[in-house]
Design a protein around this ligand. Structure first.
Ligand code: C2E
Ligand code: MG
Ligand code: MG
Ligand code: MG
Length: 282
């Protein structure tokens, strides 16, 4: 169904629109069963120290193996998880699963697990259960709290501010570092950087993409890295695909990075082999 442009009357949509709607509803119905059918799995994208080239941690990325459609992109199903509220249970599962898994990846130098970055969406903050879910996952797994990073986006900082700020402050007090994901793409307000307890800036891929192509984007990158340093924040560049991008960012002083050019998101067992074979180096 769709709204016609001449008034509030509804009319039957085109067959194509109808098919799209049906497909969406089917996907949503399948999503409800996906958790118990164990169709979700997690990929881990290695994150690197830009100077030593060592793997220092990973970002957990959710995947859905649909029985007929194959692997569905997070861009398609994460918004649906949020709209339906299913993100609360799937998110809880992911917290437990990744922290148990993360214990296995120990840095031989420090003897401690590599860090683990987990994406959170606004709906999880508004459930009232997020803090408790994170705490129990930490307790159940024994994963070290100071190795956990939680990634949020600028859109979270738009509403229910007192509630969100309280939770962020609790996380900070626990010793968890908070990362601002996709920095520079959302509703960026520089005031966020001093109003919220944020420890890490993740530079969005759209800036990294401009390296070698746009002087203005390169200058913006320089500015973002400088800003991060001035505020005492850690900086992680996302979406590094080429050697040129890597070199540019390293020369700017960007301390950490991830991207297909360094390593693609890997299954847990692939990540384990990657660590062994690469001996933690690029
Ligand atoms: P994000 O957190 O910004 O994750 C980075 C995305 O960029 C990932 O896409 C990753 O596969 C992709 N990527 C990394 N390096 C490169 C590169 O060099 N080139 C290109 N083209 N892409 C690269 P993915 O896995 O499709 O995730 C998309 C978004 O879905 C994530 O963006 C995040 O916002 C959301 N997401 C993923 N997993 C979770 C989750 O467990 N919970 C929540 N709430 N959101 C999630
Ligand atoms: Mg992220
Ligand atoms: Mg991002
Ligand atoms: Mg993103």
């Amino acid at each position: 169904l769709s709204l016609t442009k001449d008034g509030p009357a509804f009319h039957l949509a085109s067959p194509q629109a109808d098919a799209r709607l049906r497909e969406r509803l089917e996907l949503e119905a399948a999503l409800y069963k996906a958790l118990e059918r164990k169709e979700f799995f997690i990929l881990y994208q290695p994150q690197f120290d830009m100077v030593s080239g060592k793997v220092i941690g990973s970002e957990a990325l959710l995947r859905w193996q649909h029985p007929e459609k194959g692997v569905v992109s997070p861009a398609d199903f994460i918004p649906m998880l949020e709209e339906t509220g299913l993100i609360e249970t799937v998110g809880e599962w992911l917290l437990n699963e990744t922290m148990e898994q993360g214990l296995a990846w120990v840095d031989p130098d420090s003897g401690e697990p590599l860090h683990l970055a987990i994406n959170l969406s606004a709906r999880q903050f508004h459930s009232g259960r997020l803090l408790q879910q994170v705490q129990s996952a930490l307790v159940n797994s024994g994963f070290p709290v100071h190795k956990l990073k939680l990634e949020i986006t600028e859109s979270l900082l738009l509403d229910n501010l007192t509630e969100v700020l309280e939770t962020l402050n609790e996380f900070e007090q626990m010793g968890i570092e908070l990362a601002l994901d996709d920095f520079g793409t959302g509703y960026s307000s520089l005031s966020y950087l001093h109003s919220f307890p944020l420890h890490i800036l993740k530079i969005d891929q759209s800036f990294v993409d401009g390296i070698g192509k746009s002087k203005r984007l390169e200058e913006l990158l320089r500015g973002i890295v400088g800003l991060g340093y001035a505020l005492g924040m850690n900086i992680v560049a996302e979406g590094i695909e080429t050697a040129e991008q890597f070199d540019f960012l390293r020369d700017l002083g960007c301390p950490q990075g991830q991207g297909f050019g360094l390593a693609k998101p890997l299954t847990a067992s692939q990540f384990s082999s990657f660590l062994t074979s690469s001996a933690f180096s690029r």
